[in-house]
Design a protein around this ligand. Sequence first.
Ligand code: SAM
Length: 219
Amino acid sequence: MVSAVTEPSVLHDTRSAYDAVASRYAELFSNVLETLPMERAMLAAFAELVRAHNAGPVADIGCGPGQVTAHLHALGPATFGIDLSSEMVALARRAHPDLRFEEGSMTALDLADGVLGGILAFYSIIHTPPRQLPVVFTEFRRVLAPGGHLLLGFFAGDDPLPREFDHKVTLAYRWSPDSLAELSRQAGFVEVARLLREPHEDERQFQQAQLLVRKPQES
Ligand SMILES: C[S@@+](CC[C@H](N)C(=O)[O-])C[C@H]1O[C@@H](n2cnc3c(N)ncnc32)[C@H](O)[C@@H]1O
């Protein structure tokens, strides 16, 4: 767990916001993947690549109530969840007692170097202030094994600079896929694939994107 004394206020605010809505969020999104075939396709490709490389488990970082963690685990790769919000972690443990969920922050992971075969960050980097995202990418690269994959889900925009928007839970940022891919490249990742889709009628009017990148084998 991140020390409450030293953590930046944005982590404190994000945790408090998700603690407050955790039950409602879990109710609303527990079956969300059923309506998201594009996301399921990217998750299946990610799972297949991680399994083929066989370099360690997947951490679903910013796992929320754990529904995507469980979906990924069922696809094959051993998967566990990490989230900033203790309420989210408690709900995830209750809903998926066979899986492991821990409190933690993507800005300082309690994991040794190179232990993960994959990282999923599904709509969780959206709350990281853009100036702090290089720290998160460096941390992701540190804990991934060489050749490990990172799959990011996020709200997209055309503007080359990240744009703040009023997410229903707490402040969030949209990224153009090109800008996020470039930031990941600067952190030492190699792009594998990306997906951009239009919003559904019941979603916010933002395009949604997934970016799949890989830590080079020789790093
Ligand atoms: C929009 S929810 C997504 C939850 C889940 N991935 C899903 O797709 O339903 C964002 C989640 O990221 C978590 N989160 C935000 N910042 C985080 C951080 N720095 N470290 C770990 N988790 C974080 C929040 O607590 C929240 O559960």
